[in-house]
Write a protein of this length. Structure first.
Length: 547
């Protein structure tokens, strides 16, 4: 231990006191307290090999955690497989985060993983605050020595800490902010977990405009001006300035509940008449906001754009008879409908409502005659739906992408596959545009806050807008519409479109669904959820009912 440090063992817990700073940790029954299997006595001449034993895992974890709790970064670092990175990080826990005391309690090992809880005290100048959380570590065998070592990663110190991040305590860099919904209801990450990263971004960007003052906090410094810091603990509150958002607390609560039952799901809701974002939710809630920033193939929800393209190019109207065979060859590749169903003498509306892939892919031949088959879809997405333009919603968000295609990518893109990528917000905007008759860029805070430029697009012609709504209404209400069951309890006027997106290496497709009811539009994606109406459909329906 450090020169001059005193050790007192009390009920299995020791306290290291040096320079007036106390740390709590474990009573080590080896290693630091003189056992025969610790760091100082491990047989370097005959390194062990093979799987780690339960005793090795437990001992390595306890030794490391005790050194960390004792405030001894050098010793803790040598008990990891990356001392160069671990040493400064453990030192920063005490010095940068101002942790004046830490009691760390390990749980039972599960294989090579050891969970633990931290009960710390953070002290900055004249204020102290207790800080508790849980994390875990993994023990590995050293490649050269064979010693059991803690696999170093910053998340050992705190589960939200990354390689680029640093723990800090002090006067916060940004003022305190009280974010509220459209009706003045306060929005917190505790009540609405999916909004955590959104609220962090809003605070980082708009705190100075909200009129608050800074408090004393512990946070993860992202190390980048482009990435918001992550608040962890408030020691002394500042005066919070109020920041108005477009979120509707009731719709947000419904969105949080709707995705909670899935391992990986996202949903976003928009007000078509204004573009205001009413809800954003993800399961699990995490730093990367998939509902806003996801980039995934949207499947047959893309047929909203494809149908618009067909109408705008004069290929069909909702009442036009179209071919819907079980499969079709296009660009040397065969595409088929779900279960190879077919429609005899059906209209474009019926093909849309039943999600007939082949009817939409057959549009390629006529557009090829015009020389625009590879570019028309992207042009329609950009010029009529704003997809691919820069969306400045107030926090980071994907703009969506419908790139120019070639070969078999073109027919794949007509049914939402290929290189097309969208987020739940992008797909919700497709429904919002259809309902409104024109694109309005979604936004989370008023553009007047920072004079952001909003993306714009041409309004749909009355004929095209009415045609889209007719087809989406059929998908949501007709006896054989793919969205009818999911939308059964949703109030009219309503419309919807289902989708499923196949991904390489994934046995079950992603489930997509988008729809509108009244003045609310929403879209959801459930990873590996299967058909659109099976998983994503009920999510969207639950959100629309809340509106």
């Amino acid at each position: 231990m450090r020169s001059g440090a005193k050790v007192a063992i009390v009920g299995g817990v020791f306290v290291v006191v040096a320079s007036g700073v106390g740390y709590g940790g474990y009573n080590l029954w080896n290693g630091i307290t003189g056992g025969d299997s610790g760091v100082g006595t491990y047989d370097e001449a005959a390194p062990r090999t093979g799987p780690l034993t339960a005793d090795e895992v437990t001992t390595a974890a306890k030794d490391f955690l005790a050194a960390w709790a004792a405030g001894e970064p050098e010793r803790a670092a040598q008990l990891t497989n990356d001392p160069v990175a671990a040493g400064p990080a453990v030192a920063g826990y005490r010095e940068g985060a101002k942790v004046s005391k830490a009691v760390i309690t390990p749980g039972a090992a599960v294989g090579t993983k050891v969970p633990f809880t931290v009960k710390a005290t953070v002290t900055y100048e004249d204020v102290s605050k207790d800080w508790s959380y849980a994390s875990e570590l993994t023990v590995v065998r050293g490649q050269t020595t064979g010693r059991p070592l803690v696999k170093w990663q910053p998340a050992v110190l705190h589960p939200r800490l990354t390689t680029a991040g640093t723990l800090r305590t002090g006067v916060s860099k940004t003022a305190s902010v009280k974010a509220v919904d459209r009706n003045g209801v306060e929005l917190t990450a505790e009540k609405y977990p999916s909004l955590g990263p959104v609220l962090n971004e809003l605070r980082s960007r708009y705190a100075s405009k909200a009129g608050g003052t800074a408090g004393v906090e512990t946070w993860i410094d992202s190390g980048s001006e482009a990435i918001a810091d992550t608040p962890l603990l408030v020691l002394r509150k500042g005066k919070a300035g109020t920041l108005e958002t477009t979120i509707d607390a009731g719709v947000q609560a419904a969105a949080e509940k709707a995705v909670k039952g899935f391992g990986s799901a996202s949903v976003a809701a928009i007000e078509p008449s204004t573009g205001a974002i009413r809800a954003v939710a993800n399961s699990p809630g995490k730093e990367f906001n998939t509902a806003l920033q996801g980039q995934q193939a949207p499947g047959s929800t893309m047929k909203i754009v494809t149908a618009t393209m067909m109408m705008q190019h004069g290929l069909a109207t909702p009442d036009t008879r179209v071919e819907c065979p079980p499969d079709v060859m296009s660009r040397s590749r065969t595409f088929q409908n779900l279960d190879r169903f077919s429609i005899t003498d059906g209209t474009l509306t019926e093909a849309f409502s039943r999600s007939c892939n082949t009817a939409f892919i057959k549009a390629i031949s006529k557009l090829s005659d015009k020389g625009v088959a590879d570019t028309a879809l992207g042009a329609t997405a950009r010029d009529s739906f704003g997809i691919g333009q820069e969306w400045n919603i107030g926090v980071p968000a994907s703009d969506g992408s419908v790139p120019e295609s070639a070969g078999a990518e073109t027919p794949a893109s007509y049914i939402g596959q290929g290189r097309i990528t969208m987020s739940a917000l992008n797909v919700a905007s497709l429904s919002a545009t259809a309902k409104n008759g024109g694109f309005l860029q979604p936004y989370l805070v008023a553009k007047e806050l920072d004079d952001r430029e909003f993306a714009t697009a041409d309004r749909l012609s009355p004929e095209v807008a009415d045609g889209l709504r007719r087809m989406m209404r059929a998908a949501a209400t007709s006896p054989r519409g793919t969205a009818t069951d999911a939308m059964a309890g949703v109030p009219s006027p309503k419309g919807a479109k289902t989708g499923s997106a196949e991904l390489d290496g994934q046995s079950t497709s992603n489930s997509w669904f988008t729809g509108y009811s009244g003045d609310l539009a929403a879209a959801a994606v459930v990873q590996a959820g299967g058909h659109g109406a099976d998983a994503a459909g009920p999510v969207v329906a639950q959100v629309l009912k809340a509106g």
